[in-house]
Design a protein around this ligand. Structure first.
Ligand SMILES: NC(=O)c1ccc[n+]([C@@H]2O[C@H](COP(=O)([O-])OP(=O)(O)OC[C@H]3O[C@@H](n4cnc5c(N)ncnc54)[C@H](OP(=O)(O)O)[C@@H]3O)[C@@H](O)[C@H]2O)c1
Length: 287
């Protein structure tokens, strides 16, 4: 089975490559921006027609939530990567009859529901990044009637080993560990309730979903448990036994261009539950 992983040097992409390469059933082709710019329509069709993979996993991303909120050029780029290019992949998958796995975000939801969102709840993004991710989802959904074989996996607050790509971001926990080296006291926003997701767990769950007899469609995959940024920081320092004062503060202490959903817990009603995020965090810190 030939599997093409796009965005293979990213935070999630790197873990997907590891997980699929470990199984001899798969012949893994790992491409990142150097091998293919997914916004280049002609190149996408040419390379996918040549390769004819059985499965394509799209782990590419434009993730600069604040930059694309206030800069029109960045917003255009975000739309290209997160939406238009997804449309090219959809067309190419239909042409070569490949299964497409694509990732979306809790940011497609408005975040006004304390209980969270199920897979078929109606998205209603409140920032431009969320709009681009929703537009990407729509590229898949509108072709589902034409026989597109797809898994659309929404996830949130990724953390795990840092990818090798140029623009990959350090995770929240890495940023906190770094700050704690420099400061005795930290202000951390006690808002934005959602679920943390360990990229090795998400990569393994993706493989399991692909190999399961679950139908195509939308899935919510995160680690179990919900937390604000402050709660997550408190857990991090508790696990490593670091004594540091962390003050819970409101979001407006750190004004940012893009609004964030207040409650964007992704409720999983269709697939296996993943372990608690605190367990996953312990494993990450051990490594
Ligand atoms: N990070 C989160 O907390 C989070 C939350 C919810 C959902 N998600 C979703 O999860 C998925 C994976 O995100 P991630 O955080 O792992 O992303 P990431 O670490 O930023 O990796 C993205 C990868 O895509 C590559 N890429 C960007 N533009 C490209 C292009 N035009 N052509 C080819 N490759 C390109 C990047 O290469 P360069 O480094 O060279 O640019 C990078 O290797 C995305 O769909 C994202 O929206 C992430």
């Amino acid at each position: 089975m030939e599997i093409l992983i796009l965005g293979s040097r990213g935070n999630l992409g790197g873990q997907l490559v590891k997980v699929f390469k470990a199984d001899k059933e798969y012949e893994v082709v790992a491409w990142d921006r150097e091998e293919i710019d997914i916004t280049d329509k002609g190149l996408v069709f040419k390379k996918i027609r040549e390769l004819k993979p059985d499965i394509i996993i799209n782990a590419t991303a434009y993730n600069a939530v604040d930059k694309c909120e206030e800069d029109e050029k960045e917003f255009t780029l975000a739309k290209k990567i997160n939406a238009e290019a997804v449309g090219y992949l959809v067309e190419a998958c239909l042409e070569v009859d490949a299964v497409l796995i694509h990732y979306s975000s809790d940011y497609v939801f408005a975040g006004d529901r304390k209980e969270g969102y199920k897979e078929d709840d109606k998205p209603d993004p409140i920032n431009k990044y969320g709009e681009t991710k929703l537009a990407g989802e729509e590229e898949l959904i509108k072709k589902s009637g034409q026989g597109l074989k797809y898994y659309l996996i929404r996830t949130s607050k990724l953390f795990g080993p840092r990818g090798e790509g140029e623009l990959t971001k350090p995770s929240f926990f890495d940023l906190m560990l770094d700050l704690a080296k420099k400061k005795k006291e930290l202000d951390v926003v006690n808002e934005e309730v959602s679920c943390f997701t360990y990229t090795p767990d998400l990569a393994r769950a993706t493989k399991k979903l692909l190999e399961s007899d679950k139908g195509y469609g939308i899935y919510h995959i995160t680690n179990v448990g919900r937390a604000t940024w402050h709660e997550a920081a408190a857990e991090l320092f508790k696990i490593i036994g670091k004594k540091i004062k962390i003050n819970p503060v409101k979001g407006d202490k750190f004004p940012r261009p893009a609004r964030r959903p207040a409650y964007s817990v992704l409720i999983n009603t269709k697939f296996d539950m993943q372990r608690d995020w605190k367990e996953a965090l312990k494993e990450y810190l051990k490594k």
